[in-house]
Design a protein around this ligand. Structure first.
Ligand code: C2E
Ligand code: CA
Ligand code: CA
Length: 762
C-alpha cells in the first residue's frame, strides 16, 4: 500500500465540515439573531481537536524523518494550546453575555503558547544551507521579506485596531501580533526551503494559519464588537482546516522533493512596502511631504526592478557557465567524430570497475578499414566509423559502454555483470552482417574478449583483450575470441622467428627458386616466377608460408624482397645472355604491400635493372590486390614503375574484394587466376553449385582480361585434365606442379637448355 492510500481524508473532511457549519451558523445568527453569540467561539476548539487527532495519527503511522517528527510534535503542542485557550474563551463567552468577553488570562496564556510553539516549530525546520556566506545572504533576504510583509500587515491590520476608538485588551492585541508574526515569518521561511524533511506546501499552509489573525483583525476593524462573531465562526475555523490539509500533504510527501527557492520574495516585499506608503499619501501634511513619499516609492520600485534584472542576468550567466563546463567535460571524455566515450573515459571507468569487482572488455577492430579509407577516401571512412559507432551504441544500450580508442579501434566495457562478453560480441557481429552507412559498405570486425578480477592491473586486461583480438583476426576475421592463458605464445614465437630471420639474412641463408610459366598449347617455357626459400642450417629448406608472414610483420620483408629482386634480375639477365632474348618473356618476383610502402622501392627496382642490364619490359612484379589498395603513395610508386616499362601482374586474382574497380585504376598487364578456381575445374559435376561457380569465375576472368587487353596465367595446375579445361576456356598460359615444380636455378638452367634444343629453329 502506498502512502497516498494510507493518508486519511477524514480529518480534512471533518475540519471542512466544521468550517462550513460555522459559516452556516453565522448566516443563521445574522439573519434571525437566535442563540447566544458565544457559540461562535466553539468552532475553533472543535476544529483544533480534529487537527490534533490528525497530527497524532501522522506521528504514529507516517514515515517521518527526525526533523519532520520534531516539527509535527511541536505543531501538536501548538494546536493543543490554541484549542484549550479558545475553549476557555468560549466558556467565558457563555458566562458573560456581552458579544466580546474579556479574554481570561488562562485563555491568553494557552493560545500564546500555541502561537509561540508554532513559530518555534517553523524556525527549526532545517533550510539545508551549508556555506556561511549563503546563510548570511538568506538572512538578509528574509529580513527584507519579513519587514516588508509585516509593514503591510501592521498598516492595514494592527494599526487601525491600536488607533481606533475601542480599547482592545492587551491579550487580544498580543495574540493578533503573534499570529501576524507567524504568518509573515512562516511564509518568508518557507519561501527559502528548496525541499527537505517537512513538506514545503505543508509548511506554507501552517504559515497561512497565521493569516487568519489578519482576517480577524479586518472583521473587527470593519464591524466593531459584533465583528467578533464572523471572525470566530467563519475566519478562525479555516486554521484547523489548513492544518489538516497540511497533515495530508505530509502524508503523501514522497522522498525529498527539491524545487527552486523563491528568489523573488524580497523584491515582492519591497514592492509591498510601497503600498502602505502610497496609502498614506492622501493624509500627508504638505505637498512636499507627498513628493518625498512619492519619489521614495518610485526609487524603491526602480531599484527593485534593477535588482531583479541583475538577478536574472546572473542566473543566465551561471546557466551558461554550467553548460560550457558540461560541454568542456564532454569534449575531454568523448571522441569528436563519433561521440563515443574516448580512451581516457574508458580507462577511468574500467579502473573504477576493477576496483569494485571484476570487469569484462571487448576490443573491436575493423577488418580492412585501412583499405576502404585509402581507396574510397577519408570522408567515406569517417562516415563508416560513425555508422560503426551507431551500431555499437545500439547493441550496448543496456549493458555496456561503447568506446572509440582511436583509428578503427573500438572497445566495449561491459557494465552489466550478468551479461556475457560473448553475447554482446555476437550481437555486434550480427549487426555488422548488413551494409553500413550511406555508402552501403560491408565491414567485418574482429573482437577480442577478456575478463579480469579485482586487483588485476588495467593494462594487463587490455593486453589480454588485444592478444585475443589478434587471435580472432588470424582465425579468419569477422570473429570473436576469448582470451585464455598462454594465448600470447604464438605471438611471442613470431617475434622469435623475426630475430632468426634477421640472422639468416645476414648469414646469406636465403636463396631463390624458380617455377616455369608455360604455354598450355605446346609446353614451351615463356617465363618464370621467382620464389624465396630459406636454407635453414638444421631444418633444411623452409617454405615461404612459414617465414613470409613473420618477415612482413617485422619489416624484414623489405631487405629480403630486395635480395630476391636482385637475385632474380641477375639470374634472368644471365639466362637471356646464355639462351638469347627469345628464351624468356617474363621474370616474376613477388612483392609485398610493405615493400610498396618503402619510399626507396622504385629506386631499388631501377638500380637492380641498371646493374644487371635486364630490360625493364621483362620484369613482372607479382602483387596482390590488397597490396595494391594501399593509398596514394603506393599508387604513385606503381605509376612510376609503369612509366619505367616494368609490368605488373595481379596475383591470386579473384580472392580479393574489389577486383573489378581495381583493374580500372591499376596499370596491370597480367592477371593470375588463383589456384582455388583451378582446383576441381576439370570435374564434370552437373548440378554442383561449387563446380559451376568455379567455372563461371574462370570464364568471367577470361572475358574481363580479353575486354581489357590483359594477359592471363592460370595458377596451380596439377593435372592434364585441368590444363585441357583451361585451354577450352581460353587460357593459354599456366603454372603448376603438373607442368613444373619450383626448382633451384641450376635445374632451371638445364631445363632451358633442353628446351632450346627442342624448340630450336630447324
Ligand atoms: P604465390 O605467389 O601464389 O606463389 C605460388 C605458390 O604456389 C608457390 O608456393 C608455388 O610453389 C605454389 N605452387 C605452384 N604450383 C602449384 C601447384 O600445382 N599446386 C600447389 N599446391 N602449389 C603450387 P611457395 O613457393 O611456397 O610460395 C608461397 C607464397 O609465398 C607465394 O604464393 C607468395 O605469395 C609468397 N612468396 C614466395 N616468395 C616470396 C618472395 O620472395 N617475396 C614475397 N613477398 N612473397 C613470396
Ligand atoms: Ca606469385
Ligand atoms: Ca598466386
Amino acid at each position: 500500500m502506498t502512502a497516498e492510500h494510507r493518508a486519511p481524508l477524514r480529518y480534512v473532511a471533518a475540519t471542512g465540515a466544521l468550517a462550513a457549519a460555522g459559516t452556516l451558523w453565522y448566516v443563521l445568527w445574522y439573519c434571525t439573531g437566535i442563540g447566544p453569540a458565544a457559540v461562535s467561539f466553539l468552532w475553533l476548539p472543535l476544529g483544533a481537536a480534529v487537527t490534533v487527532a490528525a497530527v497524532y495519527d501522522l506521528l504514529r503511522r507516517g514515515a517521518l524523518t527526525v526533523p519532520a517528527k520534531r516539527f509535527w510534535r511541536l505543531l501538536l503542542v501548538s494546536f493543543c494550546g490554541v484549542g484549550v485557550g479558545f475553549s476557555v474563551l468560549a466558556a467565558a463567552g457563555f458566562r458573560d453575555t456581552s458579544v466580546l468577553p474579556v479574554m481570561p488570562p488562562a485563555a491568553a496564556v494557552c493560545s500564546g503558547i500555541g502561537f509561540l510553539t508554532a513559530m518555534w516549530a517553523m524556525g527549526r525546520v532545517p533550510l539545508g544551507i551549508s556555506s556561511a556566506g549563503e546563510r548570511w545572504k538568506q538572512w538578509l533576504d528574509r529580513a527584507i521579506a519579513f519587514l516588508g510583509g509585516s509593514t503591510v500587515l501592521f498598516h492595514f491590520g494592527l494599526a487601525p485596531m491600536l488607533g481606533g476608538t475601542r480599547v482592545w485588551s492587551i491579550q487580544a492585541l498580543v495574540l493578533l501580533g503573534m499570529s501576524f508574526a507567524l504568518a509573515v515569518g512562516g511564509i518568508t521561511k518557507v519561501a527559502y526551503i528548496a525541499g527537505g524533511p517537512v513538506d514545503r506546501v505543508a509548511l506554507r499552509l501552517i504559515g497561512l494559519c497565521g493569516l487568519c489573525g489578519a482576517g480577524v483583525a479586518v472583521c473587527m476593524v470593519l464591524g466593531g464588537d459584533p465583528g467578533t462573531v464572523p471572525a470566530q465562526a467563519v475566519v478562525m475555523p479555516i486554521a484547523p482546516l489548513l492544518g489538516t490539509v497540511a497533515v495530508r500533504r505530509q502524508w503523501t510527501a514522497g522522498a525529498e522533493r527539491r524545487s527552486r527557492a523563491n528568489i523573488w520574495l524580497p523584491y515582492l516585499a519591497v514592492a509591498a512596502v510601497d503600498v502602505p506608503l502610497i496609502a498614506v499619501i492622501p493624509g500627508a501634511l504638505t505637498w512636499t511631504d507627498k513628493l518625498v513619499i512619492l519619489s521614495s516609492v518610485l526609487v524603491t520600485g526602480l531599484v527593485t526592478i534593477r535588482q531583479f534584472v541583475a538577478f536574472r542576468e546572473n542566473a543566465r550567466l551561471l546557466r551558461e557557465k554550467r553548460l560550457s563546463e558540461e560541454r568542456l567535460q564532454h569534449e575531454a571524455t568523448h571522441d569528436g567524430l563519433t561521440g563515443l566515450a574516448n580512451r581516457a573515459l574508458f580507462r577511468r571507468r574500467l579502473g573504477e570497475q576493477l576496483d569494485r569487482g571484476g570487469a569484462t572488455v571487448l576490443l573491436v577492430d575493423l577488418d580492412d578499414f585501412k583499405t576502404i579509407n585509402d581507396s574510397l577516401g577519408h570522408d567515406v571512412g569517417d562516415d563508416l566509423l560513425i555508422a560503426v559507432a551507431d551500431v555499437l551504441r545500439a547493441e550496448t544500450v543496456t549493458d555496456g559502454l561503447p568506446v572509440r580508442l582511436g583509428g578503427d579501434e573500438f572497445a566495449v566495457l561491459i557494465t552489466e555483470a550478468t551479461v556475457l562478453g560473448e553475447t554482446i560480441a555476437q550481437r555486434i557481429l550480427d549487426a555488422f552482417a548488413g551494409a553500413l552507412s550511406a555508402h552501403r559498405l560491408l565491414v567485418h570486425a574482429s573482437i577480442g574478449i577478456a575478463t579480469a578480477h579485482t586487483g588485476t592491473p588495467l593494462d594487463r586486461l587490455l593486453r589480454d583483450a588485444d592478444v585475443a583480438m589478434y587471435a580472432a583476426k588470424q582465425r579468419g576475421k569477422a570473429n570473436w575470441v576469448r582470451y585464455h592463458d598462454g594465448m600470447e605464445q604464438p605471438v611471442a614465437d613470431h617475434a622469435q622467428l623475426g630475430g632468426e630471420l634477421r640472422r639468416a639474412l645476414d648469414a646469406g641463408e636465403f636463396t631463390v627458386h624458380y617455377q616455369p610459366i608455360m604455354s598450355l598449347h605446346n609446353g614451351r617455357i615463356v617465363g618464370v616466377e621467382a620464389l624465396a626459400r630459406w636454407r635453414h642450417p638444421t631444418r633444411g629448406l623452409v617454405a615461404p608460408a612459414e617465414f613470409i608472414p613473420a618477415a612482413e610483420s617485422t619489416g624484414l620483408i623489405v631487405p629480403l624482397g630486395r635480395f630476391v629482386l636482385r637475385e632474380a634480375c641477375r639470374q634472368a639477365a644471365a639466362w637471356l645472355a646464355e639462351f638469347g632474348p627469345d628464351a624468356l618473356q617474363k621474370f616474376g618476383p613477388n612483392v609485398s604491400a610493405r615493400q610498396l610502402h618503402d619510399p626507396d622501392f622504385v629506386t631499388d627496382v631501377q638500380a637492380a635493372l641498371a646493374e644487371t642490364g635486364l630490360p625493364a619490359d621483362r620484369l613482372v612484379l607479382e602483387l596482390t590486390e590488397s597490396a595494391v589498395l594501399r593509398g596514394q603513395q603506393v599508387s604513385r610508386a606503381l605509376y612510376q614503375l609503369h612509366a619505367l616499362g616494368v609490368r605488373m601482374a595481379l596475383d591470386d586474382f579473384g580472392t580479393g574484394e574489389s577486383s573489378l574497380s581495381l583493374l580500372r585504376s591499376f596499370p596491370a598487364a597480367i592477371i593470375k587466376l588463383d589456384k582455388s578456381f583451378v582446383d576441381g575445374i576439370e570435374l564434370d559435376e552437373p548440378g554442383s553449385p561449387e563446380a559451376d561457380a568455379r567455372q563461371a569465375v574462370a570464364r568471367a576472368v577470361m572475358q574481363l582480361a580479353l575486354a581489357l587487353g590483359l594477359d592471363t596465367v592460370a595458377e596451380g595446375i596439377e593435372n592434364q585434365a585441368q590444363a585441357d579445361r583451361l585451354l577450352e576456356l581460353g587460357y593459354s598460359l599456366g603454372q603448376g606442379y603438373h607442368l613444373a615444380r619450383p626448382m633451384p636455378a641450376e635445374a632451371m638452367t638445364a631445363l632451358l637448355a633442353a628446351q632450346k634444343n627442342l624448340f630450336a629453329p630447324a
